[in-house]
Design a protein around this ligand. Sequence first.
Ligand code: ADP
Length: 985
Amino acid sequence: MASKLTTCFVCWNLNQSHPNTVVRFPSSSSHGLLLPASCKMRQRSLSSQHKKQHIKKASHEQPSTDGDPQPDQDRDSEHREASLDSLPIAVNINGAEQAEQLSGGQLVDMLGMIQNTEKNILLLNQARIHALQDLEKILAEKEALQGEINVLETRLAETDARIEVATQEKIHVKRLEEQLEKLRSELAQRGNPEGGDTELHAHLKRFLNDEYPPSHNESIHSLTVELNSLREENASLKSAIESFKAQLNDVNNTSERVVVLEKERSSLESALKDLESKLLESQEDFSELSTLRVECKDLREKVEDLQVMLDNATKQANQDITVLQQNQDLRRKLEKLEASLEEANNYKLSSDKLQKYNEEMQQKIKSLEERLQKSDEEINSYVQKYQDSEKEFQVTLSDLREETKKRALDGPVEDMPWEFWSRLLLMIDGWSLEKKISVDDANLLREKVWKRDRRIRDTYMACKEQSENEAISAFLKLTSSATSQGLRVIHIAAEMAPVAKVGGLGDVVCGLGKALQRKGHLVEIILPKYDCMHYDRICDLRALDVVIESYFDGQLFKNKIWVGTVEGLPVYFIEPHHPHKLFWRGTYYGEHDDFKRFSYFSRAALEFLLRAGKKPDIIHCHDWQTAFVAPLYWEMYVPKGLDSARMCFTCHNFQYQGIAAASELESCGLRAHQLNRPDRMQDNSEHDKVNAVKGAVVFSNIVTTVSPTYAQEVRTAEGGHGLHSTLSSHSKKFIGILNGIDTDAWDPATDPCLEVHYNANDLQGKAENKAALRRKLGLSSTDHRRPLVGCITRLVPQKGVHLIRHAIYRTLGLGGQFVLLGESPVHHIQKEFEGIAENFQNHDQVRLILKYDESLAHAIYAASDMFIIPSIFEPCGLTQMISMRYGAIPIVRKTGGLNDSVFDVDDDTIPPRFQNGFTFLDANEQGFSGALERAFNLYMNNPERWKQLVQKDMNIDFSWDSSAAQYEQLYSSAVARARARNTLN
Ligand code: ADP
């Protein structure tokens, strides 16, 4: 708590320098309280000089309470001004309000504020006392002045009265002087014998004589008396005049004094006015003081409230102090802990990293475990297969041993006479000439005879007693089993690139076929003859002069057979003469009667094989469209003699299974009531329906899908599209083999669709293809380093259309260019993308081309720097391999075949030499954006590493060679098993 308070004051003091935030609170004490300016109660400016002076005076009279030197008056008056203006009530009120809400540490601040408030109130009281003392002094002063004024006024009145008297006397004296003058002049006129008095006396005498004749002596006497009295009177008047003169002098002096007094009076009056104005001000001050008193009262009440709150707070504080003490104990413990924690911190830092690393490692371990589990399962199935093959191998081996023994024993059979061999030769020639066997077969058999082969001897010996026909077929079996080392493989499919391609299936049929052919196997392909095929990609297309009839819907339909070569492979095209023009629809799939169309084709293909006398070792059918071949073969054609083959079925996408009402099976001749069973073709969800893919899984010797991860995914309920239980129960024959690509067709060094050819060692051509595509699509070419993001796909939900849409905007956001080539069989998706394409039709960084365009696809692969495949699920996916071959770095979701072919450059659980792209797991925008951003980051910030990555990806071998080898092995062991079984039988 103490430290908090200190912090609080330290903060205030630090803020002191800021004029707008803090004022120094004036005080005679030396505490120098500092309050935020915002704590002022009211804003009032004592600008009047009088007030300043008055306050100065009061301030001057106020003794210093702490003995500090008296501050100079101006500063003091400013401080006092501030003290009146800066009453910290707001602080206290705010503090009071807050105190109710506060607790703990904040209470500490509150206590500090209360203490400040108390100090401030003390200061206020002192200020108030000073003001009262000032007032009393002013009143006393006023009374004294009033007394002085009264005295002066009395004196003034007296002076006025005396002046009045003096004035009247002066007038009287004047009159007397006039009379006297008159008398003198009269006296002078009457002569003056003896000086004045004598003269006067003579004058008077004459006056009297004249006035009063001697007859009137008595009257003279009286006049003399009168004169004497006048003389006396005159004398007295003289003295009176003298005294009046003196008085006059006095009066003159008095007048001067009056002037002085008047001056004094006027100065007194002005002093009085001053005093009155001071009084007025004092009265104002007094009224202010009254206001202050009221405020003071309020303050007191508030202080009382605060006191109550303070008490409460004190109580609380006491409690808090107790808690604090406990806390301090705890703190001490905590400090100890912190000390050790700090020690541990360094360790923790590294342990955090370790933990993070551990978490990452755990995640990686988890993913590795998952992978391990998957590969365990895979390995188990391999082990199982291996064990099976080993058993078969042992059987075959022992067979072979026996055979070798026999051969060794037989060698060229020495114990038969040449006559025997010659007779055999003749017999064979006879069959040949009679056209009972072909010339080729005759030659093969003759060769065996010529070599004195034990088997031909044994066959002859075995059928010596049998009819000629039985003997011929026994001899022909010798020819079919020994013609060559290679296998005869027939693919029956709905697609084949480049003549009839919708997606990856077409690529696989062509690529795998070519790879098997290169390995020395006889590979033939049977396709429907679509009207919309790319006929220009078929060499030597011609119709055979035969018609094959096949059964459908209770009747036989004629089929025309066309032959030609595609990419060097022999292809048979079946053209049904059916009123519904089954493959004359201008499209490959998506027709309402697809189930009928392809079950028809499956049956017609087998019919053709039978009629053509083909003896394939392997019949390989693909996807639901030709899945019918497997049950048809075993149910109908083996009994008819087409029995040489092992059946292989590859599912390229378990989402599409060919489900229809069981009765629809009948059309192609399969018996619905026999096959609509859980262990045959019955759909696992809808029991009145049959499932073509399930039928193929059940009726095939080999079942494959297009990547190991997808093979695991479809064994689960989430990924199996309802077939997981079927796949699990047939897991011994089920395997995932990663597709390859046709490296001849997809080769930037020879690709006829490209503007400029290039390879991993010379990437200049790639940049030129990028520039060419930009020109072709009307995209901006200003920044050649701006990355081009490509996407070529069927726009179906499986491909993550919402993420593709997101990628358009995210790419723009990251400063890239985006090109999409794709079309959708789903109406609303097609419409939605048409809308987006329209929005961007004039945009210089984005182009959407909503169609199928093979040569544009090649150009986009070549131009792209990055290639996105955000699939929700992906059985294999070819576009990631094609894009890598063309130097476009794939950004893919970790699923299915993408997980088996793209390995993240930032995943250090993967050896660097395998790292080739960017992957993400969560099928959401965030997950995808993360990978896209990482790719942009590497492209923008590390061009050298990006180039190395491009070169590495272009050099990866995605050819069919290794995948074809796996198929070859599967075919061979299936054929070997069959031979072994036949031999045993
Ligand atoms: P899926 O088989 O599921 O369609 P894949 O990745 O296995 O997907 O194969 C897609 C193939 O189809 C690739 O060869 C790709 O180039 C091609 N493709 C897809 N859409 C188009 C299009 N609109 N134009 C040209 N080629 C396309």
